[in-house]
Design a protein around this ligand. Structure first.
Ligand SMILES: NC(=O)c1ccc[n+]([C@@H]2O[C@H](COP(=O)([O-])OP(=O)(O)OC[C@H]3O[C@@H](n4cnc5c(N)ncnc54)[C@H](OP(=O)(O)O)[C@@H]3O)[C@@H](O)[C@H]2O)c1
Length: 297
């Protein structure tokens, strides 16, 4: 008899996310073991339980999902989970705190439909601006684009927060080209952010829900942009003029995507990643692996 597919949900929030649980079941997890308030120390015995119960091929029928709203906390849990494994005694792991990895991957998949992100030399001549680039989603978008070779501007109301994000990405993508920029106040012609927007081939708005980061006037500066993506689904739009359900809508010279237009791909990536977990016992699915899944869909 085939072993049941068991997903162990390690969530750093007090209550494990019902969203993540439902997606897991819809993607084929047969048993969910849900844990909240998970810390790196608390994760160790939970991981031992996964490692030492099943053997051989049946290990692939157990997997771990790490989530929660605090990305740094989830990353710390993920690191400890990986350190707990040894040799072949391991199970597959998916890291998607706050939906950041699946959402960012879906945004980059959308951009890649219109820009040559798959060609490293062509991607090297592209420029992107990530507005709200310090949030969980924006940081991942910036990291994925930097890994593709794109020159990325990370915009934040705080220059030091943007610089910190650029530094963290450079630590894992040493060849990445990133610049931090301050985005507070109106984006008027001649300011550094206006110049970056004017030069950008791609603009992604990854700001908090219900916050407009690019109004119509500032959007008018984006004379070169071929793709505009707004990940905010809560009115008003993050980029004025983009509707949540826009999906590859031609709007002037640019193709535009709204949050729901990207969200369909995000859900496909999330479900495919859960299925992928149960194909082997050694997968570790972070943003880059999720992007590869998205590109293969
Ligand atoms: N489409 C989907 O499937 C999907 C899935 C998940 C999330 N989302 C959406 O993606 C967006 C990004 O998510 P997230 O979790 O990364 O967002 P977040 O952490 O709530 O916010 C991202 C950044 O927005 C900036 N920000 C916050 N309040 C602001 C304000 N009042 N004015 C200007 N900037 C402000 C902050 O940067 P600074 O403080 O550094 O300026 C923050 O780091 C959200 O709109 C979220 O709803 C979409």
């Amino acid at each position: 008899m085939a072993a049941s597919r068991i997903l162990i949900q390690l969530d750093c929030d007090p209550q494990p996310s019902t969203f993540d649980s439902i997606v897991a079941v819809d993607a084929g997890a047969e048993v969910l073991l849900r844990h909240g308030n998970v810390t790196p120390d608390a994760a160790v015995s939970l991981v031992h339980g996964a490692m030492f119960t099943r053997g051989g091929a049946d290990l692939a029928a157990t997997a771990i999902f790490i989530g929660g709203s605090d990305v740094a906390a989830a990353e710390a849990v993920c690191e400890r989970v990986r350190q707990t494994f040894f040799g072949p005694v391991r199970v597959s792991v998916l890291l998607d705190p706050a939906g950041a990895n699946t959402t960012a991957s879906a945004a980059v998949v959308a951009a890649g439909r219109h820009l040559p992100l798959g060609d490293s030399s062509a991607a090297g001549s592209l420029r992107a601006v990530v507005l709200g680039g310090t949030g969980p989603v924006g940081q991942r978008v910036a990291r994925l684009l930097a890994r593709k070779g794109v020159m990325v501007t990370v915009a934040s109301r705080s220059l030091s927060r943007a610089a910190e994000v650029c530094g963290r990405i450079k630590a894992v993508v040493p060849a990445g080209r990133l610049e931090p920029l301050e985005s507070s106040g109106a984006i008027t012609s001649g300011t550094p952010l206006a110049t970056a927007i004017a030069a950008a081939d791609l603009i992604v708005a990854a700001g908090a829900a219900g916050v407009t980061l690019l109004d119509a006037a500032a959007r008018g500066l984006a004379g070169r942009a071929q793709v505009l993506i707004d990940l905010n689904a809560v009115p008003p739009a993050g980029i004025e003029g983009i509707a949540a359900n826009d999906k590859a809508r031609q709007d002037g010279a640019a193709v535009v995507y709204g949050a729901l237009g990207v969200g369909g791909t995000k859900m496909k990536i999330h479900r495919a990643a859960i299925r992928r977990l149960f194909e082997s016992n050694d997968a570790v699915l972070d943003a880059e692996e999720l992007l590869a899944i998205g590109e293969s869909l």
